[in-house]
Design a protein around this ligand. Structure first.
Ligand SMILES: [Zn+2]
Length: 170
């Protein structure tokens, strides 16, 4: 079978949008040929479309990654927006629970155990454990509880872009 690019050589190679993915099962008889490259046998098929040309294709994951790749700058911007909204939501998560024994308010989130304590002055201060590691102290005392919780979030998830490569691939 010829590839899509063979039949439509001027069609865009990037800017495709992933609509859905599916599993055709273990039996190779049910697997399809990737409609983009015409070479890969596909068990996990990705339905993609291109908004500019209105084409729909069923492709394999390698082709889908290339066709739907987000440009680096756009991915970084999306990641920053995502972090900003997580940061704003963090102080208000329903998971913050006051311990009955009066030993502080705690939250477990993303493998991190956050502990909020109140100093004698009435300010809040924070400690945390990541994946069962040692206690880490978040620097500072906070009159404003929301500001303190945001500082604890920033301690674990600093503002600089990390893992951006993984983000770009999906
Ligand atoms: Zn392919």
């Amino acid at each position: 079978m010829a590839s899509f690019w063979h039949d439509y050589p001027t069609a865009p190679r990037t800017g495709w949008v992933l609509d859905s993915t599916g599993d055709l099962g273990r039996d190779p008889k049910n697997h399809i040929l990737c409609e983009a490259c015409g070479e890969q046998r596909v068990r996990y098929h990705h339905r993609v479309h291109h908004p500019a040309i209105g084409a729909h294709l069923e492709v394999g994951c390698e082709c889908a990654d290339l066709m739907c790749a987000v440009p680096r700058a756009a991915a970084a911007a999306a990641q920053m927006r995502n972090r900003a909204s997580r940061l704003n939501n963090f102080p208000h998560l329903a998971g913050w629970v006051e311990a009955r024994s009066g030993t502080g308010t705690r939250l477990t989130r993303g493998g991190v155990f956050f502990l909020e304590n109140t100093a004698a002055t009435g300010s809040f201060y924070y400690s945390l454990k990541r994946d069962g590691g040692d206690w880490e102290r978040v620097s500072g005392f906070y009159r404003d509880r929301d500001a303190g919780r945001r500082a604890a979030f920033t301690h674990v998830y600093p503002a600089e872009i990390r893992h951006s490569k993984r983000l770009i691939l999906r």
